[in-house]
Design a binder for this molecule. Sequence first.
Ligand SMILES: C[S@@+](CC[C@H](N)C(=O)[O-])C[C@H]1O[C@@H](n2cnc3c(N)ncnc32)[C@H](O)[C@@H]1O
Length: 262
Amino acid sequence: MAKYNDLDPKKWKEYEDINTDSLWIIDRRDNSGAHSGNYHGNFVPQIPHQLFARYTKKGDWILDPFMGSGTSLIEAQRMDRNSIGIELQPEVLEEAYGRIQTETKNKCIAKVILGNSRTVNMDDLMENIGIKKLQFVILHPPYWDIIKFSEDRNDLSNMETLESFLEGFGDVIDNSTKYLEKNRYCACVIGDKYANSQVIPLGFHCMNKFIEKGFLLKAILVKNFGETKGKASQQGIWRYRAITNDFYIFKHEYIFVFKKVK
Ligand SMILES: C[S@@+](CC[C@H](N)C(=O)[O-])C[C@H]1O[C@@H](n2cnc3c(N)ncnc32)[C@H](O)[C@@H]1O
C-alpha cells in the first residue's frame, strides 16, 4: 500500500470514482451538507476530495492557507482527515467556521486561523496545535486581481503588479510548506488572466514558483469550469466578442500537484 494514501492496490478496479486522467470535467458542484457554494471564488468540493483521496490518509493533517469558505476543511472532515485553514478576512472565517462545525460526523480536528498566510508564525501554530508535521497542503490563491476579495493590503488580490503577486505567493509557499513532511504532496489550484490584449499565464507562473523552490512537478491537471455567476447572463456578448476578436474564452483552470523532496 502506498504510504501517502489509503488506497488498496488489490482493489484498484473498485475505485471507479477516483480520477487518474489529467483532464477533469466536473459538471455539477457537490452542494451537499455544509458545502454551500455561495462564496464568490470558491472551488468545487470535488477538487479537494479527489486530491485528498489520492495523496492523504485518514488522520493526516492538511493545511489550506487560503481557506475562504472552508471547502477543503469540510471535505477533510468528511474524509476523516484533520485540517487547518488560514484566512485573512474575519467575517469569511467566521462564516466558514460555523459551517465546518456542522460536519461533526467524526472526531477529526478542524482549526481555523485568522491571519496573513505570508507571515503567520508556523512554528507557533504547529506548537499550539501540538503537531510536528503536515501531510498535505492545498493552495487556492486569488487569481491575482480577477476577484478582489477584500480591501486588506495583505490580500494577494490587492497586489499591484504580477511581480508583487508572485512574490507574495512565493512567501505563502515557503511558509505553508515549511512543515510539510518530506516525500508528501501539495497542490495549487489556479487559472489564468487576460489583460491588455494578452493572456497572463498565472497558472504557469505559479507552477514555476514551486519548481524554483525545489518541488517535483507530479501533475498538470486541467479542469473545466462553467459560467461564473458574473458571466452567466453575458454568454452571448462574450461569444460575439470572441468571434469578432482574436481571443478564446477561458473555460479551464489548473490543478498542479507537487512532491516535496527536500
Ligand atoms: C480563491 S479564494 C479560496 C476559496 C476557497 N478554496 C473556497 O472554496 O472557499 C482565496 C482566499 O484567500 C484569501 N486570502 C487572500 N490573501 C490572503 C493572505 N495573504 N492570507 C490569507 N488569506 C488570504 C481571500 O480572502 C480568499 O478568501
